[in-house]
Design a protein around this ligand. Structure first.
Ligand SMILES: C=CC1=C(C)c2cc3[nH]c(cc4nc(cc5[nH]c(cc1n2)c(C)c5CCC(=O)O)C(CCC(=O)O)=C4C)c(C)c3C=C
Ligand code: FE2
Ligand code: FE2
Length: 346
């Protein structure tokens, strides 16, 4: 008689015996809104070759000789405008998203959070998950649109940690979700609720994404195309909304230009001025590429954007919140993360 493998009992769960971890990651933020802390943060961030694609021999003297001597003071002032008792919005919102996910996913999954630059570090948090017995970890960079400067650098950093280990944990990464119906649905639900709650009727809804050097796009980075697709899908999904049928236009722009090189266009600041100059009086702006409110939304849009629009003749101006820990946002994150855990959890 030949040997036969023993059949698994029919109720055998397709689940392994170790623990499963999820590490949600966002960009990072200084430890304090001071020039010293901002300098430390900017040095790490702007030394990342995924972020500034200039050979270090040319870039480091500019970074150390000019930028790190001028920008920290200016940026610290901006951070002071948005800092709260709980610290930097980007950090405490990311932490709250992780806690919300932990509650939703239950005790069978360990959820932690990390920042790509600053603290808590990706390496330390991966270690924490492994210390909790996680031999399978889903790394979830919370960037809907893929870019080498954001998504890939998170994966690089996690790989640096694994590189030093003899016995590695298994790692999966969350794919970009810029066109996922769950993400588009969450945005449309959240944006329409916020738009309907405004005390004015916007003529324009401006979707402002973080920018990137044009050269990075030309070298093949899909970020710009992902942003454009998100914007198109949101516009299509909102086409029947009374605000849109009533005449509200949905436009797209790119913010936070940094340095003298050409960045993705149209720029948000130029667009705000051009809209106001062309007679637009009432404008709402949303930043769907940011999972959490941060310096770039709370200072650059809420404070500077308002000034730019109103100085050019605009009147009513509102910045809509990011998905943050809203119900549609958390439902979406839970959905896309559960999907990636399939086969790892029951
Ligand atoms: C959401 C996607 C982001 C991309 C793409 C991105 C690219 C990118 N950014 C810089 C330079 C700076 N960005 C800064 C802040 C910042 N950037 C993002 C996101 C993306 N950046 C976020 C969420 C934040 C906010 C951080 C916070 O603490 O709230 C800053 C620091 C602030 C300042 O000094 O102005 C810089 C500098 C480059 C060069 C770049 C290139 C691809
Ligand atoms: Fe940035
Ligand atoms: Fe493109």
């Amino acid at each position: 008689m030949t040997w036969q493998p023993q059949a698994l009992p029919s109720d055998h769960p397709a689940v392994h015996s170790g623990n499963v971890g999820v590490l949600v990651v966002n960009l990072g933020t200084p430890e304090a809104p001071t020039p010293k802390a901002v300098k430390t943060y900017l040095k790490e961030f702007l030394s990342d070759r995924r972020v500034v694609e200039i050979p270090p021999i040319a870039w480091q003297p500019i970074l150390r000789g000019i930028i790190l001597n001028t920008r920290p003071k200016k940026s610290a002032h901006a951070y002071q405008q948005v800092w709260t008792e709980d610290g930097s919005p980007l950090a405490f919102i990311t932490k709250a998203q992780a806690e919300g996910l932990q509650e939703r996913l239950g005790a069978g999954v360990h959820v932690e959070w990390a920042m790509r630059y600053g603290k808590p570090t990706i390496g330390d948090q991966l270690q924490k998950l492994m210390d909790a017995g996680c031999d399978r970890i889903l790394l979830a960079p919370l960037y809907p649109q893929y870019s080498g400067a954001t998504t890939a650098t998170v994966v690089d950093k996690a790989a640096d940690k694994l590189k030093a280990m003899r016995w590695q944990t298994a790692l999966r990464t969350l794919p970009p979700y810029h066109d996922d119906p769950a993400y588009i649905g969450a945005l449309v639900s959240d944006l329409t609720t916020q738009l309907e709650g405004l005390d004015f009727t916007p003529e324009v809804l401006l979707l402002s994404f973080h920018g990137m050097p044009q050269r990075t796009h030309d070298l093949g980075d899909p970020y710009h195309c992902h942003c454009r697709k998100t914007a198109r899908l949101v516009s299509e999904a909102m086409a029947d909304h009374p605000l849109v049928t009533g005449g509200m236009r949905i436009e797209t722009s790119f913010q936070s230009r940094f340095g003298p090189a050409k960045w993705l266009e149209p720029a948000t600041d130029d667009t705000l001025e051009a809209e106001a100059a062309a007679g637009t009086k009432r404008l709402a702006i949303a930043a769907p590429g940011f999972s959490a409110d941060c310096l770039e939304t709370l200072e650059e849009l809420v404070i500077q954007g308002k000034e730019q629009f109103q100085d050019a003749g605009g009147e009513d101006f509102a910045v809509l919140s990011c998905l943050n820990t809203s119900a549609p946002g958390m439902d979406m994150l839970e959905h896309i993360i559960r999907r990636e855990l399939s086969g790892w959890t029951g």
